[in-house]
Write a protein that binds this ligand. Sequence first.
Ligand code: UT7
Length: 324
Amino acid sequence: MHILGTGSYAPERILTNHDLEAMVATSDTWIRERTGIRERRIAAEGEVTSDMAVAAALKALAMAETDAADLDAIIVATISPDMPMPACAAIVQAKLGAHKAFAFDLSAACAGSLYGMTIADQFIRTGSAKRILVIGAELLSRLVDWTDRNTCILFGDAAGALVLGPSPDPDRGLLSAHLHTDGTMVPSLCIPGGGSRHPQSAEVLEHSLHKIAMNGREVYKFAVRVLPEALNEAFAANGVVAGDIDHIVSHQANLRIVESVLDRVGIPMEKCWLNLDRYGNTSSASLPISLDEANRAGRLKPGDLVAMMAIGAGMAWGSALMRW
Ligand code: UT7
């Protein structure tokens, strides 16, 4: 499987750290020093997740010179769909006119696009699909408790999309992917209400159980432990070492997490495409947006070895190695 096209979209409205100073007890300095984030994008009123997904998808389809009608499948990785049922992917399918494609959502939070890419790879390898659109789209500003400074400073809205198909060259494309989950970490990062455990109710609203709840320190410690393991797993599976890697494309939740992980595996930060200063943590959108930006900037040259990593609620995480 190879990436035939990339696309991304971020809403116009910018919310800066200084804007947040007026909303919660925080400071631009604290946010920059602890996370690396300067600003994030916020969806317009009336704009929904599928709108952002479609905007990113159209760019990826144009680059891949693929007609939406020729898509075999659409996978939307999201924790913030337009509505609980049906899948956001079904809405995207209709908006794109991709009538041949089966479409479903995938819930693996910030690791969603990596999971989606890996699933798409299986369909493409077996020959049962030739063109799959994988989208990471998140409208987190509507899932954030804007009175909770532990979380509201981190997240942003955006979408990224990848058009995947068989590799035109057997030496290029996805070499391997390595997915993991540790469900014992669920309490550390979740949206406790709005599902079968705590259906929508006045109590859920009163206690903000329908908003993101996170123990940041636990998530941080977990991430800097398992991500180096996942990267090393990908290197070992392909007989390469850290020095062979040309680029790192990573989910971006916190600059310090990326720095610590790359330091542990021995890859210089210059090899990593960074954009969380501009977008914050956009969950499943983060990885495909980074791929799209690095790709459009001409950073990824044919034959380059690209390592990817992502981690999010679940905890769900993984790595992948691709020969661009
Ligand atoms: O996409 C995957 C999901 N999420 C993540 O990967 C997030 C992982 N975690 C993190 O990125 C970091 O843990 C945070 C950025 C969330 C927090 O940074 P930290 O260095 O772990 O800070 P902390 O939670 O240990 O808090 C340190 C202090 C506390 O004050 P005291 O108890 O030392 O007096 C917090 O109350 O900073 C305080 N604090 C803040 N101060 C100003 C927490 N949030 C803020 C804030 N502004 N926004």
